[in-house]
Design a protein around this ligand. Structure first.
Ligand SMILES: *Cc1c(COP(=O)(O)O)cnc(C)c1O
Length: 505
């Protein structure tokens, strides 16, 4: 046999030998340790020197640095690549651990989760099948059961980790659509029913609901926006009216989506009343708790989620209020049977007999195939620091947001809207007596942009009733009220400068 194989094929060429040195295995552990330690060192060094959340660089300034790199000429040396990375990434990245990063739902991350990340990428389990993960699958299942327990679901609950809240919401609506369509007797009925399906979500709900509806082939007007009250929570009288209207019009409502923590206002829809209405109408209830899920571990505020246990499905984003690195999210359902809508059997991967053999293949529940073992980060977090510690971190930022709201409501330079139940603060620069209008809009827009360009702080913006507002999303317990006061002074300075400038400028 061997005499028929040319020697050149069994002995790798020099470049192939060198390439193999980069493979992670029992013979390359020295390089593994060295490279990772160097990476950790670089990041630590950068974090130690970071005095602002952002450098303020513009895309135009940064793009050439990246375009100029010749990807066909490798540096070979990790240290050289890390040097280069300083200039193309680390120097100008946006740092969420910084106390004056106040913009979006990005949390500072906990060290136990970073440890988990390092372990999971090296072992590289894929959580689609048992035969690619073994214990990883069981760990994920335990965490889903644990989360379901925190929600208050019963023994029939199940779920799966996902890439994020958008994917969790998408899968929830996929299951809801299939549940609605199973009532159709034939393929023709299915086709006739699909464009009639409706989803009811509050106008403060997340845009991934609309996007999901589009991907699910629903009618362009499938998502009906339910008005919110002055408290920015779903107006349940309006929900009742919409449910009646859809029934009268012969439009089956496949799901009501309630939001437990709206992205802008941090408000929680009245879950018990929404659950009552869904029960009476025989409609599925999905609760989008991508943001508010942190309350599941809050030692003092869990009651704000009362009623969530009556949902059919719940979205949780551990990468928002559980201080986990991206990605870490889950969809949890009260009745495991609905997950069959995501089940397909492939001969090569998860043949039907694996179900009879009771082999736990998570791919049967997921819309992904190859899938990261993100659950390990949460596992190590719970095993090292524990749920109460996570919950107290979240409680702290909720307290801080309340204090920031109080501060703003007595500050004559600003106007603040809607007290958040979580940790956002929506406000705008509007000194007493300043007329509302486009000038004011421009001043607020400018303040946000000028602040980001200075790098001193990063805040978000949004629109409320057609007007430009500024937004803090507090997720960092290290952010002090003093930080917030300083940022308000900076914003007021930028806005006042713009307001005083001629309109054409
Ligand atoms: C952030 C968010 C989402 C989307 O989650 P991703 O993880 O960003 O995909 C969905 N719903 C709400 C309420 C959110 O705040």
């Amino acid at each position: 046999m061997s005499s028929q194989v040319p020697a050149v094929q069994t002995r790798p060429a020099g470049s192939a030998v060198r390439a193999r040195q980069h493979l992670f295995n029992d013979r390359t552990l020295a390089s593994y340790r060295e490279a990772l330690a160097a990476g950790v060192e670089r990041v630590s060094d950068r974090i130690a020197r970071t005095d602002r959340p952002f450098s303020g660089i513009s895309p135009q300034q940064l793009a050439p640095e990246i375009v100029d790199i010749d990807l066909d000429r490798p540096l070979e040396d990790p240290a050289a690549a890390l040097d280069e990375l300083e200039g193309v990434y680390l120097r100008d990245a946006v740092y969420f651990h910084h106390p004056r990063y106040l913009a979006h739902l990005n949390c500072p991350v906990v060290i136990p989760a970073l440890l988990g990340e390092a372990v999971l990428t090296a072992v590289n389990s894929s959580l689609d099948t048992w035969d690619q993960s073994a214990g990883g699958t069981l760990i994920e299942r335990r965490l889903i059961d644990w989360t379901a327990g925190r929600i208050g679901f019963g023994v029939d609950a199940d779920g799966v980790f996902t890439s994020g809240g958008s994917q969790s919401n998408f899968q929830a609506l996929l299951l809801a659509r299939e549940e609605a369509l199973t009532r159709a007797a034939s393929v023709e009925d299915r086709t006739a029913l699909l464009p009639r399906l409706r989803v009811l979500a509050s106008r403060a709900g997340h845009f991934s609901v609309q996007k999901s509806a589009k991907m699910l082939g629903l009618s362009p007007d499938a998502v009906i926006s339910v008005p919110t009250g002055t408290d920015r929570r779903m107006d349940t009288a309006a929900l009742a009216r919409e449910l009646d209207r859809c029934r009268a019009a012969g439009l089956p409502v496949m799901a009501v989506v309630a939001t437990a923590g709206t992205t802008d206002f941090g408000t929680i829809d009245p879950l018990p009343v929404v659950a009552d209405l869904c029960e009476q109408a025989g409609v599925r209830l999905h609760v989008d708790a991508a943001y508010g899920c942190g309350l599941l571990v809050s030692p003092t505020r869990r009651h704000l989620l009362d009623g969530i246990e009556r949902a059919d499905s719940v979205t949780v984003d551990y990468h928002k209020s559980f201080f986990q690195p991206v990605s870490s999210s889950a969809l949890v359902v009260s009745d495991s049977a609905v997950l069959r809508h995501a089940t397909y059997h492939a001969d090569y991967l998860n043949p039907a007999r694996t179900v009879e053999q009771r082999i736990p293949n998570q791919v049967d529940k997921s819309i992904q195939t190859t899938r990261r073992f993100d659950a390990l980060k949460l596992w190590l977090t719970l095993r090292i620091m524990g749920a109460d510690a996570l919950g107290s971190l979240f409680d702290e930022v909720v307290d801080r947001a309340a204090a920031a709201h109080d501060l703003l409501s007595t500050d004559p330079r600003f106007e603040v809207v809607t007290r958040s139940q979580l940790s956002t603060v929506v406000f705008r620069y509007r000194p007493v007596g300043a007329p509302d209008g486009e000038q004011l809009d421009r001043a607020n827009l400018h303040a946000r942009e000028a602040l980001a360009a200075s790098g001193a702080a990063v805040v978000a913006g949004t629109k409320v009733d057609g007007r430009h507002y500024l937004k803090f999303t507090l997720l960092n317990p290290e952010t002090t009220l003093d930080d917030i006061e300083q940022v308000l002074d900076l914003l007021a300075g930028h806005a006042a400068g713009r307001l005083a400038a001629p309109a054409a400028a």
